[in-house]
Every structure is written in structure tokens, then in C-alpha cells.
Design a protein around this ligand. Structure first.
Ligand SMILES: Cc1ncc(COP(=O)(O)O)c(C=O)c1O
Length: 215
């Protein structure tokens, strides 16, 4: 069982032993770190049985003309010159988040998402997806505004200095289940404030006004 932790690792404490997951992966760039590097945790018993699929320096134990043997973990899977600067950057990002405290980050996000839900609910015609209880959410709100396509909503928000993501969010089966062609999504992290949410709400009100005239 492989868990994709790309959207969890920056926001909450993860205990791979408690989850008892075989593999868990996450990306550096979603947690204040550099792009092009991430982490793959795997249970030693599985990793020991697995063959490498990438080859290069530093991974070999013995090389013959027709066969080779591999070094022990983790070198077996780290063929070639590694992304050294990226690894140092990701280490610094993890230290940075650990110093702030993942529990503090989660609490900040829950507070912001609660505030956002309260404010967004005051906008007529705004449909919010997902549970009402902020404690059951990560720091994000997914929504659609009336019949306006979320790409148009995102463009108006962008003109107001608010960046949201619009589209199917790499989750087309979920869009189908929600019976939406696409949605807009505002996400919050440790650097966001209630003022940012006020700007989002003001931006949505101006989108509503603008498209209200069009439709
Ligand atoms: C849940 C999830 N998994 C994987 C990825 C892809 O990560 P990467 O760009 O590091 O391959 C993303 C990025 O959008 C994601 O949100």
C-alpha cells in the first residue's frame, strides 16, 4: 500500500509506523522546499526485496561484465550524483516547518478555514463543497459561484490580486461525482491571514457583480 502524502505532509504530523503504510511519498515544493525533490519512505522489508530501476555511480557493490550486485539501502536506489542542493534545501524546509510545529500550522489553518467558511457563506450563490466543520478540513475551501465557470472566477480574482486554483485539480473522478465540470479552490498555509480571506471574499463579490451583468 502506497500513500500519497503530498497534500498531507506540509499540513499535519504523519507517523508512518502508526499508519502502518508500506510506502509514503511527498514532494518538497509543497512544503516550502525546492522543486524536483521529494521523499519516498518504504518499509525496509519491501525495499530490500525490490530491484532498482535507475542506475548510476555509488549504487554498486560488485560489477561484472554480465551482472552486478547492489549496495545496501538506501544507496541501492540512489544511483548517480544526487540532487545535493535540493536535499539540503528540503532538509532546511523540514527544519523550518518542524520549528514552527506542524500542530501549530494545523491549528492556524483550521482557524483560517473556519473564518473563510463563515465569510464565504454570506455570498449568495456560492456553493461550497466538503464538510461544514473546519476541523474536518485541511486549510482549503473548494467552491463554485453561480453558473460562472471557475476559470472566469479565477481570472477576476487574479485581477484583484488573489490567486486561486481552478480546474479539475487532478481529480476528474471527484468532479464527476460532484457533477461539476470544474471547481475553484482557495488554499491557506502558514503565511496567510484573515485579511487574505477578506480580499478573497471581496474579489468574489466583484466577480459576482461583473458576471451578474453578463448573464
Ligand atoms: C496529492 C498529490 N500527489 C502528487 C502530486 C505531484 O507532485 P509532484 O509535482 O512533486 O510530482 C501533487 C501535486 O499537485 C499532489 O497534489
Amino acid at each position: 500500500m502506497l500513500a500519497d502524502g503530498a497534500q498531507a505532509a506540509p499540513h499535519m504530523k504523519i507517523d508512518v509506523q502508526d499508519l502502518d503504510v508500506d510506502f509514503l511519498g511527498f514532494s518538497g515544493h509543497k512544503m516550502c522546499g525546492p522543486t524536483g525533490i521529494g521523499v519516498l519512505y518504504g518499509k525496509k522489508e519491501h525495499l530490500e526485496k525490490m530491484e532498482p530501476i535507475e542506475f548510476g555511480g555509488e549504487m554498486i557493490d560488485f560489477v561484472g561484465l554480465y551482472d552486478s550486485t547492489w549496495k545496501e539501502l538506501p544507496w541501492k536506489f540512489e544511483g548517480g550524483t544526487p540532487i545535493i542542493a535540493g536535499a539540503i534545501g528540503l532538509g532546511a524546509a523540514i527544519d523550518f516547518l518542524t520549528d514552527i510545529g506542524l500542530d501549530n500550522i494545523a491549528a492556524h489553518e483550521h482557524k483560517l478555514v473556519g473564518y473563510a467558511m463563515d465569510q464565504l457563506e454570506t455570498i449568495d450563490g456560492l456553493k461550497i463543497f466538503g464538510p461544514r466543520d473546519p476541523m474536518k478540513r485541511c486549510g482549503l475551501v473548494t467552491f463554485n459561484l453561480d453558473d460562472v465557470h471557475p476559470h472566469d472566477v479565477a481570472t477576476v480574482l487574479d485581477m484583484n490580486g488573489v490567486a486561486v486554483r481552478a480546474g479539475h485539480h487532478c481529480a476528474q473522478p471527484l468532479m464527476k461525482c460532484l457533477q461539476q465540470v470544474a471547481t475553484a479552490r482557495a488554499s491557506f498555509y502558514l503565511y496567510n491571514t484573515e485579511e487574505d480571506i477578506d480580499r478573497l471574499v471581496a474579489g468574489l463579490r466583484s466577480a459576482k457583480e461583473y458576471f451578474g451583468d453578463v448573464f
